[in-house]
Design a protein around this ligand. Structure first.
Ligand code: GLC
Length: 570
């Protein structure tokens, strides 16, 4: 239906390669490489798979791709456990494959962002092997956080810190040198899985090595970096270690022992100097789970990484008041930092947004985990509502000033695969919580490309099984189909490029109204009815200007249906 409303989709304008501000209002598409496309049919997506789909990505209308880690890794945490920061995992390709992919992306006018994981290496990184083979107090151990345990025999962890994935954040090693060889010895810190030892950012060698890594990829043509767990690098490791029994509670003044300490910004000031060696300067976006606006904006300053994620919309219920408040505060935050705002509904760490919206209102994070654990079913409680809201929310977001981060498969309207067989699960959360929290595999299931092919056209037998209902979401089922979610994304991204305006908006709806209505400076208007009942169209919204709708709309529209977004051209 929406397709009938759309005048012809606008053609893409030619790309300007040297525009230093390209990231400010980019639509960035996140690729989880193992699950995107599998060119060599071994069941793991790979870099040649990405290259083979550059045409698809160009047609989708995005500006950049961001690749989650593709580095050598034992995949204890889906690749966020990096063995070697300057190489490609042999199962995913080679450095030559990487170069081919970047060249193809650039040829198609797409920028390339890669993930950097500086908080921790993997336990298979050369440095960690050297640390284990060396004595306590050695320079090899000083690249990580090794500490003596508490208790008479050092049998207790050095502090009460938990790991993000469950269990303690400390693991004890068996010493391999000296008089104590073969005995239990020091403990090392890992805020995530035990295969992810935290690096010691007080150590100049660690700092220098990451500068080398940034240059390594920037020299290969990478346009930007997504910085994993950026808020955790600086830590207060002075003795005695301070108590912090919950990682969820953060001090808001830079004095928390583990997160968002003021010193972290010295590290990123150094990174910015490296990024500015290039023309155009390389972009960077911080993943900083910092709930305080005044603290978060520091990561986004031009003297720092330059941009930071906010996950506020992702965590919000589908509610006009909540959305409006978040947009207003994130735009103010961005303006104060000098960056543009970021927006995101889905990524590789959270339940896909159509599934979140399909659950009853008021479902909180714990209830979401419980839903997953209880074999969360498909169909979900109300999948039609979930997808309707997701489409409306996405169009609301794609009209906002700033960068939009999209996660692979959301353009296909994919739901969470909530009922993966338990023996297929790989997320360390599942193991480290003693099977109490299922984790993130359900949003990482390999994409369905072709309903008529084996494994839905992904490649070999996927590393996580695809459910039968994926067929209906395959690209082949949506390509050219009016009203499909894929065509909606294509239309929206094409119109977004054409209508893009200066980085601000004006609210036209009154606060408290379930219909949110905003206008960009060039006259582009976005209206979202968050209510379930149709709402009258505001007088200014003449039908002739409607270029896009997230759901069926009567022609000529008298009203805006519930849970629907409209775009009006100037
Ligand atoms: C980030 C990543 C997540 C990973 C964690 C540890 O939050 O997005 O996938 O598990 O960092 O690296």
């Amino acid at each position: 239906m929406d397709r009938q409303l759309s005048p012809t989709r606008p053609a893409a304008e030619p790309e300007t390669r040297n525009n230093a501000d390209w990231w400010r209002q980019a639509a960035v598409y996140q690729i989880y490489p193992r699950s995107f496309a599998d060119a060599n049919h071994d069941g793991l997506g790979d870099l040649p798979g990405v290259t083979s789909r550059i045409g698809y990505l160009k047609e989708l209308g995005i500006d950049a791709i961001w690749l989650s880690p593709f580095y050598p890794s034992a995949l204890a945490d889906g690749g966020y456990d990096v063995d070697d920061y300057r190489n490609v995992d042999a199962r995913l390709g080679t450095l030559a494959d990487f170069d081919t992919m970047v060249a193809a992306a650039h040829e198609a006018g797409l920028k390339v962002i890669v993930d950097v994981v500086p908080n921790h290496s993997s336990n298979r990184h050369r440095w960690f092997s050297e640390a284990l083979a060396s004595a306590p107090g050695s320079p090899e151990r000083a690249r990580y956080h090794f500490h003596e345990g508490l208790g008479e025999q050092g049998e207790l962890p050095p502090s009460d810190w938990p790991s993000h994935f469950g269990g303690p954040a400390w693991t004890r090693v068996t010493e391999s040198t000296g008089a104590n060889a073969g005995d239990p010895g020091q403990w090392y810190l890992h805020l995530f899985a035990s295969e992810q030892p935290d690096l010691n950012w007080e150590n100049p060698e660690v700092r220098e090595d990451f500068h080398t890594t940034l240059r390594f990829w920037a020299d290969r043509g990478v346009d930007g970096f997504r910085v994993d767990v950026a808020h955790a690098l600086a830590k207060d490791m002075s003795l005695p270690l301070r108590s912090k029994p919950s990682l969820q509670i953060l001090l808001d003044d830079g004095t928390d022992p583990l997160f968002d300490r003021d010193e972290v910004h010295e590290i990123f000031a150094g990174w910015r100097q490296v990024l500015n060696e290039y023309d155009p300067p390389r972009a960077a976006v911080a993943e900083a789970w910092v709930p305080f606006t005044h603290r978060r904006l520091k990561y986004a300053q031009p003297t720092g990484l330059g941009q930071a994620f906010n996950f506020d919309l992702l965590q919000a219920p589908f509610d006009a008041g909540e959305f409006r408040g978040i947009v207003a505060s994130c735009l103010a935050e961005a303006a104060a930092s000098g960056a543009s705002s970021t927006w995101v509904f889905s990524n590789h760490d959270v339940i896909r947004h159509p599934s979140r919206y399909a659950l009853p209102d008021g479902t909180d994070a714990q209830a979401l985990d419980a839903w997953l654990l209880n074999g969360g079913t498909h169909p979900q409680p109300d999948p039609a509502r979930g997808l309707r809201r997701a489409r409306a929310a996405t169009l609301f977001m794609l009209g906002l000033p700033g960068s939009a981060y999209l996660y692979q498969g959301e353009e296909l309207g994919l739901f969470e695969v909530a009922d993966l067989p338990l023996d297929a699960l790989e997320d360390p959360t599942w193991f480290r919580t003693g099977n109490r929290i299922k984790g993130r595999d359900g949003c990482r299931v390999p994409l369905p490309w072709d309903a008529g092919q084996e494994n839905h056209g992904f490649g070999g037998t996927p590393w996580l099984p695809q459910p039968a209902w994926f067929a209906a979401h395959a690209v082949t089922e949506q390509d050219g189909v009016p009203g499909s979610t894929l065509e909606l994304y294509r239309d929206a991204l094409a119109w977004r490029r054409k209508l893009q305006a200066a980085e601000s908006l004006q609210w036209l709806s009154a606060s408290g109204d379930p219909l949110l209505h905003y206008r960009r400076p060039n006259g582009w208007e976005v209206l979202t009815n968050f209510g379930t009942e149709p709402a009258p169209l505001p007088v200014r919204a003449e039908a002739s200007r409607i270029v896009l709708a997230s759901g069926p709309v009567a022609r000529p529209p008298q009203q805006i249906p519930g849970e629907t977004t409209l775009w009006l051209a100037p």
